[in-house]
Ligand binder design. Structure first.
Ligand SMILES: Cc1cc2nc3c(=O)[nH]c(=O)nc-3n(C[C@H](O)[C@H](O)[C@H](O)COP(=O)(O)O)c2cc1C
Length: 190
């Protein structure tokens, strides 16, 4: 009897968990305006743990995460990055970067770090949504000037390349997700 009750409870819980995964995926949106309120350390840790749970080719894990809370550096990058002006309002940002010395540097696998870091970024963005935070992927790689600006601000060596910078904070407005569902994009191969 007890066993059946536990099994039922587990089934209900896992159904709810599944439901919340889909809710989070479909509610995620780019958030570019933030409240003047810091992101607590525990939430930042949760974001980073989610990011590092991403799939990664050959389990190389070439990613590095630079958590920027320095007002001076956030403002400096807001000045220098043309499409990341919202850094000036954000209490925090995370740069997802790839260590290009990790893994096999042959022709075919040289770009795997970008794929792994992109997967980690999406996990981080979903975690931010689930935690009630707002975030947006702002592009750094492959733009030479943006890579140079971020690398200089963080003192990165040449083999560490920033993929993006993600401003994060509590949303100021009630941003809504875009509906991108398009059945025309689906090609069935039967
Ligand atoms: C590779 C990449 C680069 C992006 N770069 C920027 C950027 O520099 N600045 C910005 O405000 N948004 C940037 N975005 C966010 C997109 O504009 C956003 O994801 C898109 O408009 C869809 O909106 P949504 O995220 O709310 O679904 C970028 C997104 C990706 C995936």
């Amino acid at each position: 009897m007890m066993f059946i009750f536990m099994l039922q409870t587990f089934q209900v819980m896992s159904q709810e968990t599944r439901q919340s995964v889909f809710t989070t995926i479909h509610q995620r949106k780019s958030v570019r305006q933030y409240q003047d309120k810091p992101v607590p350390k525990e939430k930042t840790d949760t974001l980073l743990r989610a990011a590092m749970a991403a799939p990664t080719a050959r389990n190389i894990q070439p990613w590095l995460f630079y958590v920027i809370t320095s007002r001076k550096i956030l403002d400096q990058l807001a000045e220098e990055l043309p499409y990341a002006k919202m850094l000036a309002q954000a209490p925090m940002a995370i740069v997802v970067a790839g260590d290009t010395k990790k893994g096999n540097p042959n022709e075919e696998q040289i770009h795997n770090w970008t794929l792994d870091c992109a997967a980690a970024t999406q996990n981080l963005l979903l975690a931010a949504e689930a935690l009630g935070l707002g975030a947006v992927w702002t592009g750094v790689y492959p733009y030479k000037e943006r890579i140079a600006a971020v690398s200089k601000a963080l003192g990165l060596p040449g083999h560490i390349i920033p993929l993006n910078i993600i401003p994060i904070g509590y949303p100021l407005l009630d941003d809504r997700p875009k509906d991108k569902w398009d059945p025309e994009k689906v090609k069935w191969v039967e």
